[in-house]
Structures are given as C-alpha cells and as structure tokens.
Design a protein around this ligand. Sequence first.
Ligand SMILES: [Zn+2]
Length: 576
Amino acid sequence: MSTITAKRARRPVPAQQQPARPPRVFTYARVSTKRQAKEDKASFERQERYARAYADKQGLVLDEDTRFEDRGVSGFHGDNVKEGGALKRFLDAFDAGDVIPNDVLIVESFDRLSRQEPIDANEHFERLVRGGVVIVMSGKDGGDGREFSRAALRRDDTLLIVAKLEQSRAYRESERKQQLSREGISGKCRRWLEGKRGFRVTGSRNDPDWVTWNEQENRFDFVPHMEQGVRRAIELYRAGNGTPEVARVLAHEGLALSEKWPVTYLQKTIRNPSLVGTRELTVAGEEFVLRDYYPAIIGADEFDELQALVDRRGLSRGRSESVAVVTGLGIARCAVCGSPLVGQQLKRRLANGKPIRRIRCSHVATKAARCSSKMGSCLSEVLEKIVMDFCSTQANLDAMFNVTHNDGRMAMLAERRTELARLERKIGEYEKRMDDEDDPLTQTERKKLRQFEADRDAAVDEITQLEREMKLHVKRRVSTAKQWRSLVKGVIDLDPTARQEARKLVANTFERIDVWFKGDSQQDAHMMAVRLTGRNGVERQVLLDRRNGDIIAIREYDDVEYTVTTKTGKATAEAA
Ligand SMILES: [Zn+2]
C-alpha cells in the first residue's frame, strides 16, 4: 500500500540528513462526510491535476503511488491525525525520514489539514514547515497557490499570521456548525434516537401540563395533581362518561385540568401520545417519534385500547347527553315547593336534530305530586337563555358580585374562635390536674372534661367549615358580562365546552335560582318568573315570556312595581 513504508524498511534515513533523492510532490485530501461522493471525486481530481501541473512546472516528481486521502474523517475532532488517519501516515513518514526537506505537500486549503483548535492545528503545520516541507495550497478552484515553507516565511512573515487566521477560521466554522446541529431540534431528536438522554428537545411550551422539567436530574417529572387528574380522567372516560361529564366530575373532585376549556383539554389529552411517554414532532418536514421522552401515564396497550374506544364512541358522548347549565348544582329550585329542578332530555328530537330538553320540578318529574305548581316545567333553553341574558348585562352582573350584605359569617367565626380558646383553657386546666395526686379530678369534673373535649371538637369543625366557606367566598372569581355574552351562542347550540364553562359561571355567581313556571292569573299565563340570588345574597326577579324566553322585566326583590329597564332590553338584543 505505502511505498514510503516500504522504502523506510529498506532505508531508514533521519529526516535532517542530506537528501538522498530529489524532492517529490505529495497530495493530501480530506472530506469529512461520505456523502456528495460525486462532488468529492471532482475535487480530488482537480487537486490531482493541480499537483501534476505544479510538479511539471517545478520540475519535480509527483508521487503517484502514495495517496494520502481521508474520506469521512473529521478534521474537527482531529481524527485525520489519529491512528488510521491519512495525515497521520504522512506525519509518520515525515518522522521516519521518508518525507524529506523540500518535499512538497499539496492541500486544497488549511481546513483540509485541520479543523481543530488553532493551537492543535498549528502544531502539525509548524512541525512540517520547520522540518523543511513545502506546503502548497491549491485552493478550492485551483487558483490559490500560496506556498508555506521556511524560505517563504523568511521572505514574508505575514504568512505566519495568515496561517493562524486560516486555522482559526477553519475551527470556528466547524464549531459553529456543530453547535447549530447540536442545538437544532432535529439534531437533538437524532441524538435522542441514538439513545442519548439527559436533555430536552424543545422548550416547555410544547410539553404536556402533567410533566415538568427537572433541572437537577435532567429529566421530566410528573406534576402530581395534574398526573392524578389525567389518570382520573382516563378512568372516568373508560367508565363510559363523555368528556363533559368527565370535566364536571374532575372539577367536583378538585382535579380540574383546565380552568378555561376543560372539555377541549380532555379531548386533546385522551388523544395525546404523550400519555405513553412518546413525543411526536415534525421538524422542517421531518417526523420524529421519540419514545420514552416523558414518564408514561399509561402503557402502550392501554393507550391503543383508549384510542379504539374513542373511535367507537367519540369524545363528547358518554352516558350523559348534554352538559346541564343550571341544574345539578343544587342551585335551581322550584319556587312553589322548593324541590330541586332537574333536566330532562326527551328521546324525541326537533326537526333540526336538536334534542327536546325540559327543566322541571323534581317532585313533578318523579310524580311525587306534592308540588302544587300549576305547571311544573319549561323548555331548558328558556331558563338557560334568561340566566345567560341576565348576566350578559354588566349592571345586572355587578349586582350579583357586589358584597352588600354582611352574611354574618365573620362575626360567627370570631365568636367560635373565642369559644374555642375558652374550651382549650378549661381542658388545659383539667388535664394538668389529671396526674396530680394532691388534687385529682372528681367524678363530676371528669365528666365535664369529656364534655369540654366534645365541645372543642365541634368548635374546631365549625371553624374549619366557616373558614372554608369564607375562603370560597373570597376566592370566587368575578365574571364579566362579556364572558357570559361570548358563551350564549354555544350554550344554545349545545356546545359542550361552552356549556361547561357557563355552568361554572352559574355555580360561581348564584346562590339560588328559584323558578315559578307559570304566572298566577289568566292574564299572565304566558309569563314565568325567576328569582336570581347572588352568592352575596342580592336578589333580582326576572319576569319573562315562557314562550320565547324574552325578558319582560327585571325588578329588585324589595320593589313593588315592575320596572321595565331599557338596559335589559338592550342586553337581550345584544345577546341574540
Ligand atoms: Zn315544585
């Protein structure tokens, strides 16, 4: 293979000795990738032609037997000067004296020799030049021809600077490229597929909410309450609930996954491959499937089963048919008998395919027949519409949120706390005497102590309850008329997400909704009345036309006269 090695065996001449042969011309070429073979071939041929022409011109012999070519060898990592590299073979030959002073090495450019850090790149370069080798740069288009040799450097010492600058440029180029590929998302994806771990492919925006990046451990961890919520959601969906129902149960259990669009969130989540820990992404048209990227919530089999279930059943439909907006919250009641109102969905549908939905007094619905209401039901849309319309006017809504009534909870809390302190003091006194031999508790006192303890426990429970209620009161989010208005259409169109959202607003705004399904006299037979009581205790009575759900009047509880407010009329128009 190498005639130089063969020569060396025959004739081991030290490098600095008198040359035993005329100088020769060698070529060294390197490409870092094995791709673009065609282009590389052309470049190698160009260099060959250059070398031949150079040798002819200088009257030297081109060494055509020994080829120093590195293909697919990185100059950045210095692989060409490591064992197996062609440049390493050339350096070895030089060390062995097979390459002698005034021998010429033709290279395309500095970056072919090395892309290592300049201090390392320069080492080999200087060693060859100092040893008398003439390095000639052929240039990419064969027009460079710069010569680096002891003699040339002696003539022009800026050449040394040129060399250093070239080495530096070569290194920076590679460094930047490497950084780009390392930082590039696709580069990271590839590294992941190669089995490397301990990094994330993209920023947090694209990761599911139930995981969080652990900076210390360089891995994803679960966000406990979110993980719990997702697990519960899957469980509920599998059990036959539609996403609206799942969202409702989660909210009830304090595991809500999304404040704003709980149903949409669930629908996306159930389809999300992140559930099994897989990250799917497309980078510049290239698709990546990164397995085990996140901690898995369910196994692959379970996920497949879940997808099959979704395909069969759809996401929205479960056993429940449409999200109730005003019923099922313990808020809406029959004004005549005080029973909760219940929603009903008839099997029969309207011509437009919408189900017929009614809201009725539960006593009427269950045929308990204790309710004396002349009419025990109305179309659900009617009640939903007036609640939505009412809240779509800011003035009405403000009344529901203004805290005008002191509900006395604060005073009660203070009183209970005083009482608790008194009981604990007493219990303390008695307990101190429990082990006192001189002054033991009498039978009566022991009995008293037990009573104090029971009272204390009751007081603690009451205080806890009051505090919880007040916290709820304070934490209650104030909604805006705009929010309500944005949901009106969705509520009427039975959009589960909008209805779920509206339901939350209803629960958040009202303490009670009392419904008179029918006016008392013949004259107002088409009228219906609804009393809306805010969570702050403020009441408003709404008179409406039960045939179309239009608001006729809104009056304050204490008002004697019906007041037809123009504001309300406007709100109705806006909402419609
Ligand atoms: Zn009733």
